[in-house]
Design a protein around this ligand. Structure first.
Ligand code: FES
Ligand SMILES: [Fe+2]
Length: 434
């Protein structure tokens, strides 16, 4: 284990800047896996990914292979994907349905709730050994489910999931309450891909309004072309033109509400440019919502946040309707899992439209995601150079926060307040103060 001192870790995060080692030092990464990912609540999956008895998915929690399964009594279990005989992963399929898990090595068998069910040639063991030994698949120390969202922690200590999520539970509620049936459903599989960069580059990017009109010029600007690689142009007077001088659009971005809470959770409000819904499909949705929620329907249908970013590694994208999970693989490699979510009880056409939107924006070749991945990789490569050591995050430093910026706060526009809030949580966790 690394010998990085708390004093050293604290110097990496300054009020308006962070040291490049924050992103690129493998020792920092190892410590993050222990002190952040090894301690707090992580997103595992959604119960609708395993709707029937015997259904399972395999995934990772803080790089540990796990199985999430639904047993025949309907309970959902999260257990390490590690045979209790000699350690083989018992299941490698990404999802499926099974009566029991059978290890491929010596065919030990486990029930879908993890209980040991038997081993071949039991006579080879001393009398009673297979009964008295603890041979069940090992469950993760803590697992909790909130409205179908499954969380696990690798630690037996720490705040309960309710306290950890805090006001961010309202964001999960708001998402589920947009469904006439009050539930969301992950029934379209997922995108899963990797980029060659640190996990925090993406976490910070999701609360970064400043980049949208430049990185995504092909999506936000009719004249844009995907990823400009040429130098900025000059005007007739020879002055360098800065992109996105579209005044009305810039003003909209600057007014976008931002906010955050304790434990590093942050969110972005809704873009004013989002088009109002209308038409026969929307009318059917509205009727279904009114039937379910009565006077509350309109309130529930109103999307107030663009995204909700739950520290340290997942988010809800409310408009495109997906969960995004960022699984750190190594200091310079991150796995992205994009899980589209259906609003149960809403018209099928709405679901198909949201799937098309996810394909266009957040599939590996989607217009938005490919722009972002390009810049994260460029950041990671750039930070390895022996240039200046510091990454500047000084936008919006004149905003006033209550206390130490670890309570709830409001901010807006292109402020870098979201990244700073995440970094403060990082210091607390890394130095054992959260
Ligand atoms: S390692 Fe699984 S049965 Fe031997
Ligand atoms: Fe982006």
């Amino acid at each position: 284990m690394t010998s990085l001192s708390n004093e050293h870790l604290r110097t990496l995060v300054q009020p308006d800047r962070v040291h490049r080692d924050f992103y690129i030092d493998p020792d920092v990464f190892d410590l993050e896996m222990d002190r952040i990912f090894g301690k707090i609540w992580l997103f595992v999956g959604h119960t609708s990914q395993v709707p029937n008895p015997g259904d399972y998915i395999t995934t990772t929690v803080a790089r540990q292979p796990v199985i999430m399964s639904r047993h025949r009594d309907g309970e959902v279990h999260v257990m390490f994907n590690r045979c209790t005989h000699r350690g083989a992963q018992v299941c490698l399929e990404q999802f499926g349905n099974t009566k029991r898990f059978e290890c491929p090595y010596h065919a030990w068998v486990f029930h879908t709730d993890g209980r040991f069910a038997g081993a071949p040639y039991p006579k080879g063991y001393e009398d009673g050994f297979l009964k008295k030994e603890k041979l069940d698949l090992v469950k993760l120390p803590r697992t909790e489910i909130y409205r179908g969202f499954v969380f696990s922690s690798l630690s037996t200590d720490g705040p309960e999931v309710d306290e950890f999520l805090g006001p961010m539970k309202d964001h999960i509620d708001a998402f589920c309450d947009r469904a006439p049936d009050g539930e969301v459903e992950a029934c379209a599989g997922m995108f899963r891909y990797r980029y060659a960069g640190n996990w925090k580059l993406q976490m910070e990017n999701q609360t970064d309004v400043y980049h949208i009109m430049f990185t995504h010029v092909s999506t936000t600007d009719d004249d844009g072309k995907q990823f400009r690689r040429e130098g900025a142009e000059e005007d007739e007077a020879g002055k360098v033109k800065v992109l996105a001088d579209n005044q009305s659009l810039s003003e909209q971005w600057e007014e976008l509400p931002l906010g955050g809470h304790r434990h590093g959770h942050v969110f972005m409000g809704r873009f004013a440019m989002d088009k109002a819904n209308q038409g026969p499909v929307y009318d059917r949705y509205k009727a279904a919502m009114e039937e379910s929620y009565g006077d509350q329907a309109e309130e529930n249908m109103t999307v107030r946040t663009h995204n909700s970013i739950f520290y340290p590694h997942w988010s809800i994208q409310h408009l495109t309707q997906h969960i995004r999970v960022m699984n750190p693989i190594s200091v310079d490699c991150t796995e992205n899992v994009i899980i589209p979510l259906k609003l149960k009880g809403a018209p099928e056409e709405m679901w198909q439209a949201s799937l098309r939107s996810n394909n266009n924006s957040h599939s590996p070749s989607g217009m938005v995601m490919s722009d972002d991945m390009e810049v994260w990789v460029r950041c990671h490569e750039g930070l390895k150079t022996q240039s200046t050591d510091w990454v500047v995050l000084a936008r919006g430093m004149d905003e006033k926060y209550s206390g130490d910026n670890q309570g709830s706060y409001d901010s807006k526009g292109t402020s870098e307040s979201g990244a700073r809030n995440q970094q403060l949580a990082w210091v607390d966790l890394m130095c054992g103060e959260s």
